[in-house]
Structures are given as C-alpha cells and as structure tokens.
Design a protein around this ligand. Structure first.
Ligand SMILES: [Zn+2]
Ligand SMILES: [Zn+2]
Length: 436
C-alpha cells in the first residue's frame, strides 16, 4: 500500500486537462478558485464491517431470472423483403432489476442516457443551444468534470457506528448508511464550490489496485465485472466507500479542501462522453433498495433544474442486408414480426457461462410466425430544461412531443431541440482528444 500523502501514479496518468493541471483558473467559477488534481488521494484499505458486508448489494450481483437475456420472440424487427434470409433484429428480455447480472447493463445504459440528458440540458439552459464557448473560453472548461471524493476513514467509522445504533436488522445497514453518506457528501461537495451535477456512490474498490486503475482509466466495465460476476466477489473487493461526481463549476484547491474537511478528491478528467462515464460508474455502484443509484444535486437537482418538455422521435430501423443489395432505404424499413420461439438458435445458446459475459451471441437460425405492417423503430428522447429562478413559475409539459424524421432534423438544426454539447461533431465542438 502506498502511504497517504504520496502521489499515486494514476494521479499523473489520468489527468487530461489541457496544459498545467495545477493552478488553471476556472473562468466559470469565482476568481479565487483553481483547478487542481489532488495529490493527497489516500487509500486506507478495507474497512471491516463484519456481517454487514454480506448484506451489501451492488449492481449486477444478484440472481438472473430464467427469461433474462433471452429474446422477446413476438417483437422482432424483421426484413419486409426477405424475412427468411435477412437476419431479424431481436429485442432482449429485461427484468429491469439493476442487481440482475444479465440485465444491469441495459438498465445502466438507460440511466446513462437520462443522466447525459440532464447534463446536456443544464449546459443548454445555461449557455443556449448554440453550443459555443464564450470568446476566449475553452469549451472543455464548460463541460462537467469527473471527480471522486474520499471521506477520511475516521468519518466512515463514525457513520458506521451511527448506523449500527439505528438499524433493527443487518439488511438495513446499506440503505441507512448510503442515505447518511449521500447527504454528507452533498454538503461537503457543495461547500467545495461545485455547482452541482450527478453523484454515484461506490462502496467498494477492487483489491487489485492495478485492475482498479485500468478500469478507471479506460472506463472499462470488464475489470469490475470479472470480479462482480463471481459468486465470491466479496473476497476480491475492499469496503471503501467513496463518491463519484460528474460536476460543473470550480472546486476548491485540493490542499485547502483537505485541511478544511479532512476529505480528499481526485480530478479524473473532463467528461466528453457522459453516457459512457455513467455506464461505467454504475457497473459497480451500490444497489440498496429504495436508494437511487444516480443523484442529481446542486444546479442539476430537480429543485434547480426543471425538465419542461421532452421531444421524441421514432427512428425507423432499416435492413442493412437489403441496403447492401441496393434496395432504396425507404423500402428497406423493418417491420414488427413474431418469431417461433422454439426455432431460435444462437452462438451461445448452449453455453450459459458465455451467455453471462457476452450475451446470447449471434442469431444463427430462426423461423417467422407472423409479420405485421408496423414499422420497427427505436425511440430517441431529448429533454428541454430550464433553470428554476426564485419567483418564476416553471411550466412543465406533461406529455412528450413526438416528431417525424423531417421535423426532428429541422428542429435539431434550428436548436429548438437541444443538440449535444458532448458530440465532437456538434455545432460548437472542435476536435478534442477522445477519452480512452
Ligand atoms: Zn434480469
Ligand atoms: Zn432485408
């Protein structure tokens, strides 16, 4: 273990802020604050919590149901020209439980989309839909940054003792602990000057520091899932509660912050791909009942940022094989069909282990029972947000507005529907280094 106070190698590795990572004035925040990467990040190792450890639930560590990961045979997107030979698109069956080892990733993708919509909605509400940095301002400095905040071990121990006194049974431990930690973290982080953003609590990190580092660096869920997909995952993780945020605004200098609060932080990177970052953070997040895995706070909380409207667009999914054969795209739109459930054969049909890590694999054989005239579509959703100002009433539209392809494109172009601040090809986005 590296003693507290010494810079860990990944503090140097992950910093992708432009220029000198220390002492860059942040034009969004107040003048006295600077961006720094905390050199003080401390790993105090595993905190033993006894029997409570066996009542901790994390994303994807529960049991799957029988139908999880199979296909919904009555809602496939089949080719309207050659349904028997052109491969259908299947919709996987999801139980929508985040503790499901098969379905968590679908849940995390949806949560990532909703989270990215909030971050994008805040940027648009604050700076307008043009997605342009103010003159002389680096666009990256307007985007949220990924920080992790680490309470001192002393604080964790105090919280644990408090929770022990309050709960009636061990299975209550995680929920009560997370509520307390979340409230405390929100106060501490807001006191450090952060304007707000999204918060995800992690209670564990991998025992293998190298694997932990690699996962964080690449936003790769594999390192964690290799461990969490095992039944004995608890033997390979440390109980080490900490808080990740995708946060707007300037954060207090790391040294002053630590002197004042005892907490430390790590500045990971500018967030260019929020969906990917959220999906990664959720891949090993806490999953206690009745506790949301993502908490919007500060300027992104529901009290400060109101979603006033939602635009939706049904994108028709076309058959690639038809298009490869030269069919006009307008005549290559898939339709909803029913497959014979007993006819489906996949690559991993007979390999439950491969199914757990890689899904069912490619569809090899199928037969079709029924074809409807309904187009097969994927729904896109974009929210319009408004910053809530005291004394101003916010009008929220209850129902989403569905648009056809032409209006969707026109509205996006005109900025009626907010484009993505995170899209490097977007209106104001210049080239930037990809997160990797
Ligand atoms: Zn499931
Ligand atoms: Zn086709």
């Amino acid at each position: 273990m590296i003693p507290a106070g010494e810079a860990l190698p990944w503090d140097l590795l992950v910093d992708d802020m432009p220029g000198d990572p220390y002492g860059i004035p942040d034009p969004i925040g107040t003048d006295k604050k600077v961006l720094t990467t905390s050199p003080f990040f401390s790993d105090y190792g595993h905190i033993p919590i006894g029997e409570f450890f066996y009542h901790i639930d994390l994303v994807g560590t529960g049991y799957a149901k029988k139908k999880c990961g199979t296909a919904l045979p009555d809602k496939a997107g089949v080719c309207s020209n050659k349904p028997g030979t052109h491969k259908p698109v299947l919709i996987p069956n999801h139980c929508n439980r985040r503790i499901c080892p098969v379905c968590w990733t679908h849940w995390a993708e949806q949560a990532g989309k909703r989270g990215a919509d909030i971050l994008n909605g805040y940027l648009t509400a604050k700076y307008g839909p043009e997605q342009k940095a103010l003159p002389g301002m680096d666009r990256d400095l307007m985007l949220p940054r990924h920080f992790s905040f680490h309470p001192p071990r002393r604080i964790i121990n105090i919280l644990i003792d408090e929770v022990k006194k309050e709960i009636a049974k061990p299975s209550d431990f995680q929920r009560v602990f997370l509520r307390k930690l979340r409230d405390m973290a929100r106060n501490i982080i807001e006191s450090a000057g952060g304007q707000g953003g999204l918060m995800v609590i992690h209670e564990i990190r991998l025992c293998d520091d190298q694997a932990d580092l690699q996962g964080d660096l690449r936003l790769s869920t594999n390192r964690y899932r290799q461990v969490l997909d095992r039944r004995d995952w608890r033997d390979h993780v440390k109980y080490y509660p900490h808080i990740h945020v995708l946060i707007f605004g300037a954060i207090e200098n790391a040294r002053e912050f630590e002197d004042r609060t005892g907490w430390t932080y790590r500045n990971h990177r500018v967030v260019h791909e929020p969906e990917k970052a959220i999906h990664y953070l959720l891949s090993h997040a806490s999953a206690a009942t009745r506790i949301n895995a993502i908490t919007p706070f500060g300027c992104c909380s529901q009290r400060s940022l109101a979603k006033v409207k939602e635009y939706r667009y049904r994108e028709y999914i076309r058959c690639d094989e038809c298009i490869d054969e030269g069919v006009d795209p307008d005549n290559a739109i898939r339709v909803v069909g029913t497959l014979d459930p007993h006819s489906l054969v996949y690559e991993n049909s007979n390999d439950p282990l491969a199914r757990l890590s890689g899904g069912l694999g490619k569809l090899i054989r199928w037969s079709i029972d029924d074809i409807t005239p309904r187009h097969f579509a994927r729904v896109h959703r974009v929210g319009v947000y408004e910053i809530v100002r005291p004394g101003h009433r916010v009008r929220r539209e209850k129902d989403p507005t569905y648009l056809g392809e032409d209006w969707w494109t026109k509205y996006l172009r005109e900025g009626v529907i907010p484009g993505s601040w995170f899209d490097p090809g977007g209106a104001g986005g210049g080239p930037h280094e990809p997160d990797n």
